[in-house]
Design a protein around this ligand. Structure first.
Ligand code: PAF
Length: 287
């Protein structure tokens, strides 16, 4: 069966409502398009779990803090549609900006505390944009389950919090990060890397693994772990570390001492491209 492309909220809601009496499980995979292996991981999981799978493709302007970042976001809907066809998606929901935002809105979703560190300070308003559009997409689709990548650990934590706080009856399903063979996390931003920058980009994963190893071997001081990991960024051309932090995965607050599971997260500029990645670590546990 081929993917049905829907671009209005009314049509999507009518289509979902028509399956309700059949008690079908509806799954949503929110995306901004430029689908890659990471998205395929989310979609495959949704197709396995659900009877009706919706992929939303909406490049949400309110979550970009820089116009040129928004402008250069890849727009390749024909390719995205082909990916959806191949994966067995039922509906591609691709609304125009005016369909999602009338311009009359007075409501936004602000998730506090969880956004104080990591990407929050460098990207003011970003998580408000994300949380608001995700809540809108959950309300529009009335999905039973929605799928998000662990690569965006802070985004995932923010969405889980918003869904819990606002009693939204959608189960949020985290999906592990998909990586290239050399460890680089799949991201639509990778395509902006030059050949040389792409080679250097593996330093994020190597630094995170070094942190994980140090923690697994019993290092509890986050300053020491950070120092060991950040050796990988030293003397690297065209590289700027925006942050390297070790946080509690439940509230994204920085830790001084590691006593339980932690999320080690980093954002690094390589040339003109900002990459983020993270790894979950447990003391005394080495893969
Ligand atoms: O992760 C993304 O692609 C976006 O932030 C999301 C969740 C689709 C909201 O626009």
């Amino acid at each position: 069966m081929s993917v049905q492309v829907i671009d209005t909220i009314d049509e999507l809601q009518a289509r979902v409502a028509s399956t309700r009496f059949l008690e079908k499980v509806v799954g949503l995979v929110p995306t901004m398009g430029a689908l890659h292996a990471g998205h395929v991981g989310l979609i495959d999981r949704a197709v396995d779990d659900c009877d009706l799978v919706i992929v939303s493709l909406f490049i949400n302007p309110t979550q970009f803090n820089q116009q040129d970042d928004f402008d250069r976001y890849p727009r390749i809907i024909e390719d995205d549609l082909a990916v959806c066809e191949k994966c067995g998606v039922d509906i591609l929901f691709a609304p125009a900006t005016e369909e999602m935002y009338t311009g009359q809105e007075c409501t936004t979703v602000d998730v506090t505390n969880l956004t104080d560190h990591l990407c929050g300070p460098e990207r003011p308003g970003h998580f408000r944009g994300v949380a608001t559009v995700v809540v809108k997409l959950l309300n529009i689709s009335r999905a039973d389950r929605a799928y998000f990548g662990e690569k965006d650990a802070q985004q995932l934590a923010v969405i889980k919090r918003a869904v819990e706080d606002l009693n939204i009856p959608t189960e949020i399903v985290p999906v592990p990060t998909v990586r290239e063979d050399d460890g680089l996390a799949c991201s639509s931003r990778n395509q902006h890397l030059t050949v040389e920058d792409r080679k250097n980009a593996t330093m994020l994963y190597r630094a995170l693994v070094a942190a994980k190893d140090a923690i697994a071997m019993g290092e509890q001081n986050t300053e020491v772990v950070t120092r060991i990991a950040c050796e990988y960024f030293k003397n690297q051309p065209r590289t700027r570390v925006e942050y390297f932090e070790i946080v509690d995965p439940s509230d994204m607050q920085p830790l001084k001492v590691i006593q339980g599971p932690v999320c080690v997260a980093t954002a690094v500029w390589i040339g003109q491209t900002r990459l983020i990645d993270n790894i979950l670590c447990c003391p005394d546990k080495r893969d």
